[in-house]
Design a protein around this ligand. Structure first.
Ligand SMILES: Cc1cc2nc3c(=O)[nH]c(=O)nc-3n(C[C@H](O)[C@H](O)[C@H](O)COP(=O)(O)OP(=O)(O)OC[C@H]3O[C@@H](n4cnc5c(N)ncnc54)[C@H](O)[C@@H]3O)c2cc1C
Length: 258
């Protein structure tokens, strides 16, 4: 059993543009003097989406993509930010974290490790820092987690026996694991694939990279923002980090809920 104290955030996918089709669209609409100055596909797509609204390709204001998206964010033309998405995998996170994460509905898609199909008798567990740093509390936590895991293993064995008459091995295991998981704690480590658009990610960051949010989700939201500040500064560059007393960070922007 591994004890995990830091989540991992993997940026596994992002968009590309189909430049020949963008050029064909511009040609078909007699636009010959517009091109984007960003190499970030998501930023370029959001700009094109915004410009389609007013067919404002012909006379762009100065400042390029950065100024354009800054204005979109300032005037809260948020739907334009739904056109760029990123794909992440979060691992080393607890089931309590994912329970909070999946409350974010608009603009998010999820695929999470199944406790019905995957054997959790070798699961890892996520320990909150405030428990880990205290030897006495850590001992209480560890005993509880070990006890739960032991009970899970015994329940799976007992249920496999109970369902022995079911011929389909996969079905038998599924029935056993889905019942036995009821004793697993919130601390059980899980993995989740997350796809989200820029508007949804901004809302998530504002609510969760926030001093009032729970610590684990705050750390993940801050890590996501750190990645996006590099990936798409024109869409996320208005956020600043402030250090918090517990060594985590909170993010602020004046452009909330775009
Ligand atoms: C500090 C903190 C404490 C929390 N505590 C609790 C708690 O104790 N119990 C609890 O149950 N939850 C709690 N939550 C979760 C919270 O209530 C939200 O479910 C979660 O933050 C997702 O926010 P959202 O609904 O705005 O996001 P999304 O679902 O992503 O929605 C984004 C936005 O789209 C709009 N929208 C989405 N769906 C609808 C809809 N059906 N109708 C109208 N507009 C819609 C809203 O404007 C919404 O803000 C907490 C969250 C935080 C940050």
């Amino acid at each position: 059993m591994k004890i995990i104290r830091e989540p991992s955030v993997y940026l596994v996918g992002k968009q590309t543009t189909n430049d020949s089709e963008i050029d064909r669209f511009l040609d078909d609409h007699d636009v010959d003097n517009w091109s984007s100055d960003t190499d970030v596909a998501g930023q370029k797509l959001c700009e094109i989406a915004g410009r389609v609204c007013y067919m404002s390709f012909a006379k762009p204001r100065p400042g390029g993509n950065e100024a354009y998206l800054d204005r979109i964010i300032n005037v809260r033309h948020g739907s334009v930010l739904e056109h760029c998405v990123w794909n992440f995998i979060f691992t080393g996170v607890s089931r309590s974290f994912t329970h909070e994460l999946i409350r974010h509905r608009a603009g998010f898609g999820y695929s999470q490790l199944s406790q019905r199909y995957v054997d959790e008798s070798v699961a890892d567990y996520v320990e909150p820092a405030c428990i880990a740093e205290d030897a006495e509390l850590h001992a209480v936590w560890l005993a509880a987690v070990e006890h739960a895991q032991e009970a899970y293993v015994k329940l799976v064995a007992g249920l496999n026996h109970k369902f022995a008459g079911i011929e389909d091995k996969t079905q038998r295991r599924k029935l056993s694991r889905q019942a036995a998981r009821s004793v697993l704690p919130n601390a059980t480590e899980t993995k989740i694939f997350v796809t989200a658009n820029a508007r949804a990610l901004r809302h998530f960051i504002e609510l969760r990279a926030n001093e009032h949010a729970e610590t684990e989700i705050r750390v993940v939201a801050s890590n996501v923002l750190e990645i996006l500040l590099t990936e798409a500064p024109n869409l996320f560059g208005d956020y600043d980090f402030t250090p918090l007393p517990d060594q985590t960070r909170a993010a602020q922007t004046k452009n909330t809920k775009v």
